[in-house]
Design a protein around this ligand. Sequence first.
Ligand code: ADP
Length: 259
Amino acid sequence: GHGHGAGQVEQPLLPTVKAIIAVASGKGGVGKSTTATNIAMSFAQMGLKTALFDADIFGPSMPRMLGITGEPVSPDGQTMLPMENYGVKCMSMGFLVPEDSPIIWRGPMVMGALEQLLRDVQWGELDVMVIDMPPGTGDTQLTMTQRVPLTGAVIVSTPQDIALLDATKGLNMFRKVDVPVLGIIENMSYYICPKCGDEAHIFGHGGAKAEAARLSTEFLGEVPLDIAIRQTSDAGEPIVVSKPNSPHAKAYMAIAAKI
Ligand code: ADP
């Protein structure tokens, strides 16, 4: 039949979610999860019913970043209630396996797990779901973009040339499967020395803005490298909720408003 695998009817995923935003990066460690978390928190602050979905099966970071412990409850033995903190619903593989045990799976198993987490969780009516995508442009990312009715994707990159090159690949992947690219966010844009106030461009500067212009996509904003962002993230208190009046929280809010 039409895309039906093994005689099974594929239900459309996430029918009760109005907008689904994928947050992606070309490579790991550029701050994709941190950005996805703070953008989700910003949406929630705007009064939107928000969820955050951790699609990084091999390196889930949402339990720690949202400060959520414990396991999801299944009221009927079939579906799960999402976890929740700061008014944001969340699901992650990290809630289902111990933090220190590696998941050693091939692609199809990863896809099966992602589908289950999206389908069998009682998300309820949502205005927006932010998806923290795994890094890169592999099989999983491609299938996710094809299976999940994404409203659009945002790309997180550092200003560094190599990260930008990888980010461009990510962007082109979304364009290939007709997912609108909503723009690029530059993370770790600059560092302000807490002693002298000097602004240092550790990974270069302005690269993402130039790349956004070259690729005819929006430049959504920049976030500096700052210890407060790392500390709040590690403590499970994203900066948008723990220091809402800080310039960094305002930067995330401004980015979310543009999305
Ligand atoms: P990714 O999801 O791309 O692998 P993470 O969001 O996990 O990246 O970030 C990697 C590390 O960098 C984390 O320890 C995080 O707290 C830190 N980090 C991310 N963005 C910033 C920032 N703007 N300033 C300081 N530390 C950051």
